[in-house]
Design a protein around this ligand. Sequence first.
Ligand code: NDP
Length: 444
Amino acid sequence: MGYVDEVIESVIEKTPAEPEFHQALKEVLESIRPVVEANEELYRREAILERITEPDRQIRFRVPWVDDKGQAHVNRGFRIQFNNAIGPYKGGIRLHPSVNLGIIKFLGFEQIFKNSLTGLPIGGGKGGSDFDPKGKSDREIMAFCQSFMNELYKYIGADTDVPAGDIGTGAREIGYMYGQYKKITGLYEGVLTGKGLSYGGSLARTEATGYGLLYLTNEMLKCNGKDLKGKTVVVSGAGNVATYAIEKAIQLGAKPVTCSDSTGWVYDPDGIDLAALKEIKEVKRARLTEYKNYRPNAEYHDGKGVWTVKCDVALPCATQNELDLEDAKALVANGCFAVAEGANMPTTLEATKYLQENGVLFAPGKAANAGGVATSALEMSQNSERLSWTFEEVDAKLQSIMVNLFHNLDDAARRYGKEGDYVVGANIAGFEKVVNAMLAQGIC
Ligand code: NDP
């Protein structure tokens, strides 16, 4: 058995209850096989794969909080500090009832390679809680966020670990967490990113993941002799990533026709009405059922279904494993020629394989959605400098990061004879930099 297979088997044996982590592990390790085989003796001696698959630290803690009726609740808090070979741990905080150790570990593991791909000095981490922010009042959200930070503050800092937003954690939650960190430590430092503009946030951070996704998709299409202009795009999700992916797709001349949330999805043949979507999700924090009130010609359907709509380009922007083999078959049958992942690991391994085998250009999340964390790193730079850059400056940097990132993974795929396989390219390009840093820093 080769080194890659030995490590996959041993990690799975040691972590039996973490299927999402196993999925990410297999995707990464199997695609870096050629690099490992070319350096097997060295990597084995230095235990590179054993070290990169074992987090530096897994922190789990109790988060007690009291609701508006005086009832106490307890949630579980997690922070995984996975690898800091190239910079402080960096990764978001997910608040969703599905959160467990395996999910946070898969996200933290992916984050190592994503952060490396940005070309910026940031290591990989992730955190979260099984707290469900839906239906909670602002006071309850504040109570939870303060309690979460009462424990988390011990482990984070501007030069050690810098959390950010993710599913369920937006500007409001980051604000409450930042306030509590400041209260406990007395420090006014860039310890969280995604902050509000009035207290150290970066312009364009809100838009960054969705915009970055479109910058990378556009570059991928251009390099393959195609263009986004005039193309029909299907998008899943209706949160931060989906909203700004839709906005940039419209700006680039494409027509996004769908969006979705966890209860249903919208098909608007005239193109998604961005102002309506923002009002429903960002202002009213309501369900997509309301969309028809704004656009009577649109269709609303319960459940899942965006991948059945005829399209040229598909952008999964909701959550992990939302695009499976059946969905991939429907996309191919309908003529979709490119899929770029706005969410983390939204496409199952079988679906990815099917799309690639059927000639669909496929940009994996660790590359395609790296614009968010890249702009978070730009927020860290501005905080260190105590300066704020303009929207245009940040957006221009984001655009150039995403274009360079695409060429790095394209080059890495070519170097290993896998031209056009951007999954392999992203994993190899991300992995090489981290491993070189680990080798230089010795066994630690
Ligand atoms: P949001 O919470 O803003 O939005 C998430 C969207 O996905 C909502 O529309 C939500 O619907 C939907 N969704 C969540 N869980 C499910 C589910 N189990 N089934 C169906 N729909 C679901 O999160 P973001 O937009 O920030 O994040 C979306 C994805 O992008 C995640 O995978 C995240 O890790 C990834 N990502 C985010 C980055 C960022 O900067 N925000 C950066 C890089 C990656 P509902 O509201 O009904 O729950």
